[in-house]
Design a protein around this ligand. Structure first.
Ligand SMILES: C[S@@+](CC[C@H](N)C(=O)[O-])C[C@H]1O[C@@H](n2cnc3c(N)ncnc32)[C@H](O)[C@@H]1O
Length: 429
């Protein structure tokens, strides 16, 4: 398996405090940036946020060259973070076999990375697609098993979906998708669904629509964002395109092989061991009673931001394929328009975090800048975490373009092709 080099010198820690570690953090010499004049040393500032003095650390803590993470991560999802983000905190703040939790797990980036690093995992996301996308990547079948299973499925040539999806698919492709949907549904209802079926479901869900030839659909938006049938019809007319036939079995096999490029037999065994102990929940993050008090060593997460993403609408085709009621999903997924509502949601969530995190445990909470940086959710979250009982150990800004002269509040977040993350770090006890 390819393990990317990691620029965290963990032996510097825990002998030093987190502050010292971040302050004295130096890029490793493999980093492109290391060769330049910029960003070799952390910029550290102190800020007053809601009567608390908070340290802010800016650097390129994980580098552009490390963008390439393990191939098993390559499943798209709206607003997912890169695997290097959870990796940084898992490596720094936990040991093997510790318990890592993501309450807003999305495509499962934290969970998969933690499992790859031999940590135990709990995953939660109110979007049922999250579990569909995450769990199979810890219970991995062989390519041969996937091939044999696909060969055993009846792919009919004359089936139509009960909704009109003809603007996305050639009629024969549509028939194959409906055949697979029917097969997976029957297996589930009869209790026969196994890990091979779940793998096929995960890959097919990811291949439904996209903008390159290895998707089932005609050219459309990237796969995490299915546009409406009406918009797709317009796009087809504008670009004069007509759906070609796609063989979905072949596409599922190609994607399976790509996902498993960096995974060997030993890793498959290790991951399945973690999966056996793992917990995969689809609950509201405020109500995690399935998780025992004081058991979690580290939470690494990014919450729903303020009214930015409509997860249910973006996923309407994925929901259809998986027989998920989109209206039910719309009701459950938290989409908050007002800052007061976001704040009270997070207050309840942090209370839950405090209950389940061990004394000495950590929360790394990634927030974006909303409304072009006018609202800084990191500033909002600091007092929420402190009120819940945590201490705030600092705000980390990982920026791939900052210069030493830039003020930390001036660093833009994903607006000018940059890749900046802001993470608030809390500690219990
Ligand atoms: C920013 S995304 C997380 C993406 C994730 N870090 C990844 O890499 O894929 C936020 C997630 O919060 C989930 N979510 C929204 N409301 C929730 C709630 N009340 N409880 C749990 N999850 C929720 C959404 O479904 C979405 O997957």
């Amino acid at each position: 398996m390819k393990i990317q080099s990691c620029n965290i010198k963990t032996d510097n820690y825990p002998n030093k405090s987190l502050h010292k570690y971040l302050e004295q953090f130096n890029l490793n010499s493999e980093s492109e940036l290391f060769q330049t004049e910029v960003a070799k040393k952390t910029v550290a500032e102190k800020l007053l946020i809601s009567n608390c003095i908070v340290s802010v650390f800016i650097n390129e803590f994980w580098t552009a060259q490390q963008r390439q993470s393990n191939s098993i991560h390559e499943i798209s999802y709206r607003a997912c973070f890169k695997a290097q983000l959870p990796r940084f905190f898992i490596d720094l703040l936990t040991d093997e076999e510790d318990l890592v939790y993501d309450p807003f797990s999305g495509r499962g980036t934290t969970i998969i990375e933690a499992a790859l690093m031999n940590r135990n995992v709990i995953s939660n996301d109110i979007n049922p697609l999250s579990k569909i996308l995450t769990e199979p990547r810890l219970n991995i079948p062989s390519i041969n098993d996937v091939k044999k299973r696909l060969e055993s499925i009846n792919f009919y040539s004359n089936l139509k979906a009960e909704i009109d999806i003809s603007m996305f698919y050639h009629p024969n492709t549509e028939s194959e998708i409906v055949s697979l949907k029917k097969y997976l549904c029957e297996r589930k209802i009869s209790g026969k669904e196994d890990f091979i079926d779940r793998w096929i479901r995960m890959v097919a869900t990811n291949r439904l629509t996209g903008h390159s030839k290895n998707f089932f659909s005609i050219y459309t938006l990237p796969p995490n964002q299915a546009i409406s049938p009406e918009r797709q019809k317009k796009l087809n007319i504008q670009s004069g395109q007509q759906a070609e036939y796609k063989n979905i079995k072949d596409i599922i096999l190609i994607k399976s092989r790509n996902l498993l490029k960096d995974i060997d037999q030993q890793k498959i065994k290790d991951l399945s061991k973690i999966a056996k102990e793992g917990i995969f929940l689809s609950k509201d993050a405020r109500k995690s009673k399935d998780i025992k008090d004081e058991t979690v060593n580290l939470i690494v997460t990014s919450p729903p931001f303020l009214d930015v993403i409509q997860y249910a609408d973006d996923n309407w085709l994925r929901c259809w394929f998986n027989d998920i009621d989109i209206n039910d999903m719309k009701e459950k997924i938290t989409v908050l328009k007002k800052l007061e509502d976001w704040t009270s949601f997070m207050r309840e969530t942090f209370k839950e975090f405090y209950r389940i995190v061990k004394t000495g445990g950590w929360v790394a909470f990634e927030v974006g800048e909303v409304k072009n940086g006018k609202i800084k959710l990191d500033e909002v979250v600091v007092p929420i975490g402190i009120d819940a009982g945590f201490s705030c150990e600092g705000v980390m800004i990982n920026s791939q373009i900052f210069s030493k002269t830039s003020n930390c509040w001036g660093v833009s977040n994903n607006t000018k092709g940059t890749n900046t993350n802001r993470i608030v770090i809390f500690k219990k006890g």
